[in-house]
Design a binder for this molecule. Structure first.
Ligand SMILES: *Cc1c(COP(=O)(O)O)cnc(C)c1O
Length: 398
């Protein structure tokens, strides 16, 4: 009971600091426009905060493939792989991911959070080094904590700092060095400088791992992600990614890499060994989503066009945006409370967004992170910009 009192106090503190996260409910499928559940039923809003970059989350072919997977393979596996094995479907999906990303093989996890949680510990020991970008995803931070390797954190995309860390690791006499970075830093929309990272890796004899969750499917040639986009291709040794964003948006994560890396992960990665396989419907739908993504140049073009339309209209309206070329477009409000007020004002005007503030982003750098989707129409983009202008004027932002 003392714990319950303690938790109740903690919740009050979170609330008092204005940091309490309230979840909203959607009454239908994910999409460019969504039906949000509200007191009087539902209301249709323009969605600017999903990871549904290519709009595959409600694609009829993905849904049909998932239904077929359900009919052919049942509802669930009810076993981890080293006991009951996997279904042919799971193996097919792993091979499709490996082919798509140009790697020897791939291994599935229940989520990319698990892939990142399980990838480091089997590969590296206490005599090794992991060099990690300061803005890397929480799951990478946790995965590194679970490994026994020495840790070196370098300032976000700062190549001098990375070089210093590499030298430090060498001075410390480490055996293997692995540089780890997000392909796209999700709070800013910045793309990692992979050519410079690969140059340093090669100069200092390090390996490179990229978490490409916010890129696989929609960035680079055929959607092959930031290694393809930045022209480094197979100079990146390990790619982790998700099936829960562009590639259908259901769930599931993976590691794609050279054969011995994948083989050792099958032997030793704890979230793989001790957790159930993906549901067959999810595996089948994701497999179809990858096929669609590969040949979705039209959707990728729409996505880029929409992002440009939104970015330029918002800049001319006088909003402060972070520069960039990804479909993540942060609108800077800087003040935490203002970001919350702006999110509410946009909600009232039929635009679905979330205000981000400390500790998710640095203090004084609060923002509304918008994410563009190919599922939006030109009219949706214009509607959203008008809502931003109206709300921005009402709150004295522009
Ligand atoms: C979303 C995300 C993850 C987690 O992916 P899930 O499959 O949802 O667990 C990991 N890393 C990055 C960079 C992400 O953006």
């Amino acid at each position: 009971m003392r714990l319950l009192d303690h938790l109740a106090d903690l919740l009050k503190d979170i609330e008092a600091e204005g940091l309490y996260k309230r979840e909203r409910l959607i009454a239908g499928p994910q999409g460019g426009r969504i039906d949000v559940a509200s007191a009087g039923g539902t209301r249709s809003v323009v969605n600017l905060c999903s990871n549904n970059y290519l709009g595959l989350a409600d694609h009829p072919d993905v849904i049909a493939a998932a239904k077929e997977g359900l009919d052919r393979f049942g509802f669930g596996m009810a076993s981890v792989r080293f006991i009951c094995g996997a279904q042919t479907l799971h193996r097919e999906l792993e091979c499709a991911i490996a082919r798509y990303l140009g790697k020897d093989d791939a291994i599935l996890f229940a989520a990319c959070f698990d892939a990142n949680g399980g990838v480091f510990e089997p590969l590296l020991g206490p005599e090794d080094a992991i060099l990690s970008d300061a803005l890397n995803h929480a799951s990478i931070i946790d995965g590194i904590r679970l490994s026994k390797a020495k840790r070196y954190r370098y300032a976000n995309s700062n190549m001098n700092a990375l070089e210093d860390s590499l030298k430090e690791a060498i001075a410390d006499g480490v055996r293997f060095k692995l540089i780890v970075t997000d392909g796209v830093f999700s709070m800013d929309g910045y793309i990692a400088d992979l050519p410079a990272i690969c140059d340093l890796a090669e100069r200092y004899d390090a390996l490179v791992m990229v978490d490409d969750c916010h890129a696989t499917g929609h960035l680079g040639e055929k959607g092959r992600g930031t290694p393809a986009l930045t022209g480094v291709g197979d100079r990146v040794h390990i790619v982790t990614g998700t099936l829960g964003k562009t590639l259908g948006g259901a769930m599931g994560g993976f590691v794609a890499a050279a054969q011995p890396v994948i083989d050792i992960l099958r032997q030793r990665a704890r979230p793989y060994l001790f957790s159930n396989s993906l549901a067959p419907a999810v595996a089948a739908g994701s497999l179809r989503a990858i096929e669609i993504a590969k040949s979705a140049d039209d959707r990728r073009a729409t996505l880029a066009r929409h992002a440009e339309r939104f970015r330029s209209a918002m800049a001319s309206a006088g909003f402060e945006l972070l520069p960039g070329s990804s479909p993540i477009i942060p609108v800077m409000l800087n003040d935490a409370r203002l970001s919350q007020e702006m999110a509410r004002a946009l909600d009232a005007r039929g635009v679905y967004v979330t205000g981000f503030f400390f500790p998710v982003v640095p203090k004084g750098r609060a923002r509304i992170r918008t994410q563009i989707s190919a599922a939006l129409s030109d009219a949706d983009i214009d509607y959203a910009v008008d809502a931003f202008k109206d709300a921005g004027k009402a709150l004295g932002i522009i």
